[in-house]
Design a protein around this ligand. Structure first.
Ligand SMILES: *[C@@H]1O[C@H](CO)[C@@H](O)[C@H](O)[C@H]1NC(C)=O
Ligand SMILES: *[C@@H]1O[C@H](CO)[C@@H](O)[C@H](O)[C@H]1NC(C)=O
Length: 347
């Protein structure tokens, strides 16, 4: 009996390694339009050329989106905050050794993903934020430049001309639904309950498309990360889910990786990427794991906007989404030279 079982297990693991040798290396990344495809392709080309450099491939992919200003929601020149400045969040995770580097509210440096990588490489910290992250980047040899462009200036001017609508304030005076700040706390407005019945944030596909990516190399080692310029008209200082490990992205070298995109102010409260990886650990398929993570958030915020992608070490992948009709993501695997776009129906 034992011998038979052993033979079956050996056959299964042989089968698994045949499957994985066909599907690895694997790149899975959020959103399917042209610039996001190019970012996925960049990472996929890189990991095919340098099969063990999964973190470099990840950062190449994220950086491609930053320099293309994917949907003006990644990189410089998009999503101006209330003061008109663009600030960046990025995360880089490496499975072996559970390594991490992240930046939040990064100012005046275009290369957010590379600065996150520098935090991993050159410090014992995991996460730097704000102007001090800029100082760190300058020491590490990055170039300072304005992240404001004509496009982001126009976005900001239109917002000012529209009485600063939409914005992210509540329970303040003057009425934030009608008037620009500065604001003060308004206890009388606190009849606004702090629950999901409240008007949802001004998020949509237009205002928030993070690139989140999982890269698995031919050894089955996993890296994951994100890059974004956050939410349009955000309150200065706001950091979203993207650079938060377990929220914007997560990986576990024994299991696989996941990444999230959408209304980060909501999503970070649930650690959806961590949850998806944990579900895969207990044997759930990536698709089902992503669905469970999405449903966990939908139970509290039925209308929220977001998506989760997940991939395991066998090279299987999947996604789930809420608050839009469909969600597309990009996959590069051993079956083709070009990345392909997969589309899932949302809940
Ligand atoms: C991090 O270190 C690797 C070598 O391990 C190097 O190739 C890469 O360029 C470094 N990244 C940064 C941002 O300096
Ligand atoms: C941006 O605006 C400036 C000043 O209004 C103008 O000179 C410049 O040509 C514009 N650049 C682009 C790329 O439109």
């Amino acid at each position: 009996m034992r011998i038979v079982l052993g033979t079956v297990l050996a056959a299964l693991s042989l089968f698994a390694s045949i499957v994985s040798s066909q599907k690895l290396p694997l790149v899975v990344s959020t959103w399917g339009n042209a610039d996001f495809q190019a970012a996925g392709q960049r990472a996929f080309d890189y990991i095919q050329k340098y099969p063990k450099n999964r973190v470099a491939a990840l950062v190449e992919g994220l950086s491609e989106c930053e320099s293309r200003q994917c949907d003006t929601t990644v990189g410089y020149g998009g999503s101006p905050d209330e003061s008109g400045e663009t600030t960046l969040d990025a995360l880089v995770l490496d499975g072996p050794g559970q390594k991490m580097g992240a930046v939040g509210d990064l100012r005046k440096i275009k290369d957010a993903a590379r600065v996150a990588w520098a935090v991993m490489n050159y410090t014992k910290h995991s996460f730097l934020a704000g102007d001090q992250a800029t100082k760190f980047a300058l020491q590490m040899g990055f170039q300072e430049s304005s992240l404001i462009t004509n496009v982001s200036t126009t976005m900001h001017t239109e917002w000012l001309n529209n009485n600063c609508q939409p914005n992210f304030w509540r329970n303040v005076a003057p009425n934030p639904l009608k008037t620009c700040g500065p604001y003060k706390p308004n206890q009388n407005a606190a009849k606004f309950s702090l629950n999901s019945k409240e008007p949802l944030n001004a998020f949509s596909q237009v205002s928030h498309d993070t690139i989140g990516m999982v890269v698995i190399d031919t050894n089955g080692d996993v890296a994951a990360g994100t890059s974004t310029n956050g939410a349009r008209n955000k309150i200065p200082g706001r950091i979203g889910d993207s650079p938060i490990p377990g929220a914007g992205a997560y990986c576990d070298n024994a299991i696989g990786g996941a990444a999230a995109t959408g209304d980060g102010d909501i999503m970070m409260r649930f650690l959806p990427s961590f949850l998806a990886v944990e579900k895969m650990r207990s044997g759930t398929t990536p698709r089902k794991a992503a669905e469970i993570a999405i449903l966990r958030m939908k139970a509290v915020y039925p209308e929220y906007f977001g998506a989760v992608i997940a991939a395991n070490k066998l090279g299987e992948h999947g996604a789930a989404c809420n608050g839009m009709a469909t969600f597309s993501y990009v996959v590069g695997d051993g079956n083709a030279e070009k990345v392909q776009v997969y589309t899932v129906k949302c809940f």
